[in-house]
Design a protein around this ligand. Structure first.
Ligand SMILES: Cc1cc2nc3c(=O)[nH]c(=O)nc-3n(C[C@H](O)[C@H](O)[C@H](O)COP(=O)(O)OP(=O)(O)OC[C@H]3O[C@@H](n4cnc5c(N)ncnc54)[C@H](O)[C@@H]3O)c2cc1C
Length: 439
């Protein structure tokens, strides 16, 4: 078969790997000039490692990603440092990255609330019945079983931070997936995620996969080949700005919105399903600083929206991996999940820095504007799918109603939350589906 894959993120590259291994001709179209998609990174001339545009790490439970890395012979490049994640209580930060630390966290007191917190956490880790949980919103389920105080202290800030105005609509299966598929140990790749993406692309090219960078797909259409045309004419046409090629099968790994634009010939109900899916965007500033921001060496600060911070997460990357990899620069992320149209999307880098700077003093009173060497602001409209009640009924099928056209995106990894691990999982799943229907 001749197969086109739209998108050289981890989903597209994982699909390409299995399809090429099975002997098929594979061409990847990628609109950016680099591979890695949402998990890609960038590098200053004096840095040895790249920095992800949006903060990224792996969990020890990321078996699809870690399994693929092992298959590629790159396992020795994965590291799992022990960074600190902290939570705010009464103006003070408390480590919150192990069961012991959670038990010692004073925010829930040491009585019934803590017991409820523990039991609910244990139940969610042990149960596999997410189908029952998706019938409830996380807001109603947590209030009922964890109790108002535990919910408002621990879980509501997480929902509000991730989903803003939709926080009350998110289903309980999302919360279950967060607790089920995450570990406190966090991992990364030596050299950064971009290094891994580049090595993966190199392996794919050596296998014979063609990766067309800087090539933006505009349309995917059925090939209306007339009977008298060559029998070699393929079933689907991919139009990348006037250059049209024909393929037996096509996989799209972009957002549902883009999928709907590429293939307007899809039946109305499928298109409607794509367009009705909700998601949040993200705006993330990366700062290189002259000095360490968190003197305690904290990596991840969970910031409750009601504590008045202008961002959701403050992440000091160089408290996770050494500043030596970045020429001694201290790397800090300040970011938020936001609805597209939020003012942060239209603010200049300088304006956003002005907005964030006063808050940085709260992490270190000595911080001053002249610590900032450089900033980069990364924005994406499609960062986090929003799963509503009974969401499993709304997931677009991977095999679309157009024969040979497949869709495998972050919005379909449900009940799991999006992540590079699940991009690999769905990429390999779509490859299996295509191989199974290869006649
Ligand atoms: C703020 C943030 C934090 C995150 N944190 C983590 C984390 O800690 N750990 C983790 O594992 N994951 C994390 N993720 C999620 C992770 O980045 C994604 O789940 C994963 O990268 C998705 O991979 P994908 O291949 O499905 O899609 P993408 O990476 O989005 O790939 C799709 C590709 O399609 C390309 N494309 C788009 N339009 C066209 C076109 N017209 N023609 C050709 N190509 C096109 C895009 O350029 C892109 O490269 C985070 C994401 C965000 C936004």
């Amino acid at each position: 078969m001749k197969i086109a894959i739209i998108g050289a993120g981890f989903g597209g590259m994982a699909a390409a790997y299995d399809l090429r291994k099975a002997g098929h001709e594979v061409i990847i179209y990628e609109s950016a000039n680099y591979v890695g998609g949402l998990a890609s990174g960038f590098k200053e001339p004096n840095w040895d490692w790249s920095v992800e545009k949006f903060y990224h790490h792996w969990f020890q439970s990321d078996s699809s990603m870690l399994g693929l890395i092992e298959e590629l012979g790159l396992k020795d490049k994965v590291i799992f440092p022990r960074p600190y994640t902290v939570l705010l209580y009464n103006g003070k930060w408390y480590p919150f990255d192990s069961i012991l630390k959670a038990l010692l966290f004073p925010g829930l007191g040491f009585g019934l609330d803590k017991i409820r917190f523990g039991f609910v956490g244990l139940y969610l880790r042990l149960t596999n019945d997410w189908k029952s949980l998706e019938q409830y919103t996380a807001d109603e389920w947590m209030r009922k079983y964890a109790g108002r105080k535990v919910y408002e202290k621990m879980w509501k800030p997480l929902l509000v931070g991730k989903f803003g105005p939709f926080y009350k609509d998110v289903n309980m299966a999302w919360m279950w997936a967060r607790l089920k598929a995450r570990t406190t140990r966090l991992g990364t790749f030596e050299g950064g995620f971009q290094k891994f993406a580049d090595l993966f692309a190199e392996i794919l090219r050596e296998m014979g996969v063609e990766i067309r960078l800087g090539t933006q797909v505009k349309f995917i259409k059925r090939n209306q080949a007339r009977p008298e045309q060559s029998r070699r004419e393929k079933g689907l046409l991919v139009d990348a700005g006037g250059v049209v090629d024909s393929y037996d099968k096509v996989v799209v790994t972009t957002s549902p919105n883009l999928m709907a634009k590429f293939a307007p010939d899809l039946p109305q109900n499928y298109l409607k399903g794509l367009l009705e899916l909700k998601s949040m965007g993200a705006v993330v500033m990366v700062l290189s600083l002259k000095h360490q921001l968190s003197k305690e060496g904290y990596y991840w600060f969970n910031l409750p929206k009601d504590a008045g911070y202008p961002m959701l997460a403050l992440v000091e990357h160089t408290n996770f991996v050494s500043k030596e990899h970045f020429g001694g620069d201290h790397i800090v992320y300040a970011g938020d999940y936001l609805e597209v149209g939020h003012e942060y999307f239209s603010m200049s880098d300088e304006e956003l820095l002005e907005r964030f700077t006063p808050a940085l003093k709260k992490f270190n009173p000595e911080f001053s504007r002249d610590w900032v060497k450089k900033v980069w602001v990364n924005k994406t409209n499609y960062a986090q799918p929003v799963p509503l009640v009974n969401h499993s009924k709304n997931i677009p099928t991977i095999q679309t109603p157009i024969e040979g056209l497949y869709f495998a995106s972050m919005s379909q990894v449900y009940p799991w939350d999006r992540g590079t691990n699940f991009a690999v999982e769905i990429g390999r799943r779509v490859a299996r589906m295509m191989l199974a229907t290869n006649k």
